[in-house]
Design a protein around this ligand. Structure first.
Ligand code: TLP
Length: 344
């Protein structure tokens, strides 16, 4: 049976070109000194985002943890969007690693209201923590891959400047946002102090995320990475795949977006599926599911029987499906067929 894996774009396998580059990568000890391939990737990542320096991290979660740790101190507070990955799905590193208080704010499809952000900035006071950082996310995973508009970045930058706050962007899927909106990644990056973006999701590298920002922040971040156990020796073996992820794989994401839209259009017409296909802007589909016969978990099991893998959306009342390099048109056809067979 053909298996079509829509659980996440993290399931993407490295391309044959990546495997070859990995085998041939020039390497060195990146903890004692530097690994030349990792160094090349860090410089390219920084240049791509228009920042001074870059740091290769083993995961997006570590990149975000390092950023929050580097930008904050204890007794401080960080403004986060209430459905954000950093707040909900990163094993509480805000409190565990950085010992700061998260202040979650609601949003419209991932875009927090700048006025509300400003009203929630807290000045130091003997009773309250001091706001020091705002975290953004683009695309917004848990809002179904929504693209947060550049104007919203600019307005939030304005708030940050008025109150001397830093802004960090969880840009795990920033290339998806850029592909969908036509706004260059550098334009989003210009409005924030640091960016984390993932090579291991739609860009298909096996492992790795980049943190970019000012040189001094990255130097300090390198020490935090070591303290968290993220110093990696001959890391060029994986950085080599990351270079191809960044230079080649960032160009093909519109294919994934087209397939997500086609899948969304087809399933939104079926009984039980609660989805406006026009909300699907990139490669993530999150839909509500309310059916007299099947629960979310029944539907997932029925899909699995037909070779279609998906995941329950956070909260469990819906389903998430993600398109990526390793699901093609035939996989989308097969998913549509399975949905129709189960629900029509
Ligand atoms: N997201 C994963 C899961 O953790 C949910 C996925 O399958 O989508 N920021 C965002 C917006 C993310 O979506 C993720 C991973 C991360 C950060 C963390 O990256 P990793 O998994 O590399 O730590």
């Amino acid at each position: 049976m053909m298996i079509s894996d829509f659980r996440s774009d993290t399931v993407t396998k490295p391309t044959p070109e990546m495997r070859k580059a990995m085998a041939e990568a020039e390497v060195g000890d990146d903890v004692i000194g530097f690994d030349p391939t990792a160094q090349k990737l860090e410089a390219l990542a920084a240049a791509t985002m228009g920042k001074e320096a870059g740091l290769f991290c083993p995961s997006g979660t570590m990149g975000n943890s390092i950023a929050v740790k580097a930008w904050t101190r204890e007794l401080q507070e960080v403004i986060v969007e209430s459905r954000s990955h950093i707040f909900n799905l990163e094993s509480t590193h805000l409190t565990f690693v950085s010992r700061v208080t998260p202040r979650p704010l609601p949003s419209r499809r991932g875009a927090m209201d700048p006025g509300e952000v400003e009203r929630n900035v807290r000045k130091p006071n003997v009773h309250t923590p001091q706001t020091s950082l705002i975290c953004l996310e683009n695309t917004h995973n848990n809002w179904g891959g929504a693209v947060v508009p550049l104007e919203n970045f600019k307005a939030i930058r304005g708030v940050a400047d008025r109150h001397e706050l830093k802004v960090h962007l969880d840009g795990a899927r920033l290339f998806n946002a850029s592909t969908a909106s036509g706004v260059p990644v550098m334009d989003y990056a210009r409005e924030v102090d640091s960016v984390m973006f993932c090579l291991s999701k739609g860009l298909s590298a096996p492992i790795g995320s980049m943190l970019v920002g000012p040189a001094e922040f990255i130097d300090y971040g390198r020490r935090i990475r070591k303290a968290l156990g993220g110093g990696m020796r001959q890391v060029g073996v994986i950085a080599a795949a990351g270079l191809l992820a960044l230079t080649e794989m960032s160009k093909r994401l519109s294919e994934d977006h087209g397939r997500a839209k086609r899948l969304a259009m087809a399933i939104s017409a079926l009984p039980g599926v609660v989805l406006d296909p026009f909300d699907v802007e990139t490669n993530i589909i999150i839909f509500g599911f309310d059916h007299p016969k099947y629960s979310v978990f029944d539907l997932l099991a029925e899909l699995e029987k037909r070779g279609i893998r998906a995941l329950a959306a956070p909260g469990g009342s819906g389903i998430r499906m993600v398109t990526h390099k390793d699901v093609g048109d035939a996989d989308v056809d097969s998913a549509i067929g399975a949905f129709r067979e189960i629900l029509a």
